[in-house]
Design a binder for this molecule. Structure first.
Ligand code: SF4
Length: 373
């Protein structure tokens, strides 16, 4: 029986089933997520008898740090090894909700820890590999290996926080922008977020959590109806359907008109924006015409902003945009009244930048993930 990833209610039910009072479940929950205790023996406020029983019957499985790449900019990219195991319960099979029992294969995933003034941002993976096949993304090259469990997602936040506990800034941001499409692993992602954003759990403020999607419209609609939800970011990367069909084949299933309508309807709290991420690929989607089309797209969508991310050179055949093209694109958006920001990815030297997470095991290499959210 795996404890990491279980909700407070599940832990309570487990304790009751063991003949213990339900509040013991709350103590385990606090120890796992607020105190980051990964061994039953460390949960010293539990009676010795319960600890002995849990040690025999339950596990707390944290991923193994296989490699750690430290960037010159202070970012750390982790390569985690995930154990293969029988999965508790039933896998809902993503947004479509197919139910099937499954055994989890061993897998490797990456997370990136990015410290900056007053905060740290942790970019986590939600799947090992990805099936979405965005043409500019290194992760797509892996294909989908498997969905991560809620515990494996939460652990990618807990482990870096524990490792840097002596020098943590007051605020932690999380971005679901690592390997995988979060909305195709919906149940596990939401179970993880309920723990991460819980005041009695990991205590990350919902406004400091961002979920980035390639545009899985049923998932966006489902997320919109959640009581507790992260901010929404859309990986846009194209200025028209024809271009997006080529760069992100998922667009053929959920074309821009359908995607933008879902974004328009997505609820926003005070001062909350839907963010559109736009990776600028030199000579592909970075022209002034592209900028004008993107600006037009942004009208009537409610509060939105655009993050421009100049392409990080990698193993794929795309070119970095010139500084002139980046500046001109940015200027057109601003002139059209669209809030726009240019984000140079962090951790380029360790292949931790956007679209670069693909298990590259670079010796002595440092990560580009936007940590400004
Ligand atoms: S950009 Fe995101 S959704 Fe697209 S292939 Fe890469 S990981 Fe998957």
């Amino acid at each position: 029986m795996e404890l990491l990833g279980k909700s407070k209610d599940e832990l309570r039910e487990m304790c009751v089933a063991m003949g213990e009072p339900g509040y013991r479940g709350g103590q385990i929950y606090h120890a796992l997520y607020a105190e980051r205790k990964f061994e039953v023996g460390q949960i010293t406020n539990l009676p010795a008898g319960l600890r002995t029983r849990l040690a025999a019957e339950a596990t707390i499985t944290v991923p193994v740090v296989k490699q750690r790449f430290e960037s010159r900019d202070g970012s750390v990219r982790y390569l985690f090894e995930l154990a293969g195991k029988e999965k508790d319960g039933i896998d809902q099979g993503g947004a479509e909700g197919r139910e099937k029992r499954r055994t989890l294969r061993p897998a490797s995933v990456e997370a990136v820890f990015m410290p900056s003034e007053g905060r740290q941002t942790i970019c986590v993976s939600t799947q090992a590999g990805c099936a979405v096949d965005c043409q500019f993304c290194m992760t797509a090259q892996l294909g989908l290996i498997r969905n991560l469990t809620a515990g494996e997602i939460v652990a990618q936040v807990l482990l870096p926080l524990e490792e840097h506990k002596e020098r943590l800034a007051p605020r932690t941001n999380i971005v679901l922008m690592g390997q995988g499409e979060p909305l195709l692993n919906y149940e596990a992602v939401m179970a993880a977020l309920r723990i991460l954003l819980d005041n009695a759990g990991v205590r990350i403020a919902p406004r400091h959590a961002t979920l980035s999607t390639s545009g899985i419209v049923p998932g966006i609609e489902r997320l919109a109806a959640e009581e507790l939800r992260p901010k929404l970011a859309i990986s846009l990367n194209a200025s028209c359907d024809e271009q997006r069909d080529r760069l992100m084949p998922i667009n053929k299933k959920y074309p821009l008109s359908v995607l933008l309508e879902a974004c328009k309807k997505f609820p926003r709290g005070a001062r909350e924006y839907v963010t559109f991420e736009y990776v600028l690929l030199g000579g592909v989607n970075d022209s002034p015409e592209d900028a004008r089309r993107v600006a037009k797209m942004m009208t009537d969508l409610g509060r939105v902003k655009v993050n421009l991310i100049p392409w990080n050179p990698g193993a794929l055949p795309y070119a970095e945009p010139t500084a002139e093209r980046v500046n001109a694109f940015h200027k057109i958006l601003l002139e059209k009244g669209v809030p726009a920001f240019t984000r140079y990815s962090r951790g380029r030297d360790v292949m931790a930048a956007c679209g670069q997470l693909a298990l590259l095991q670079i010796e002595n290499a440092p990560p580009s993930v936007d940590d400004s959210r």
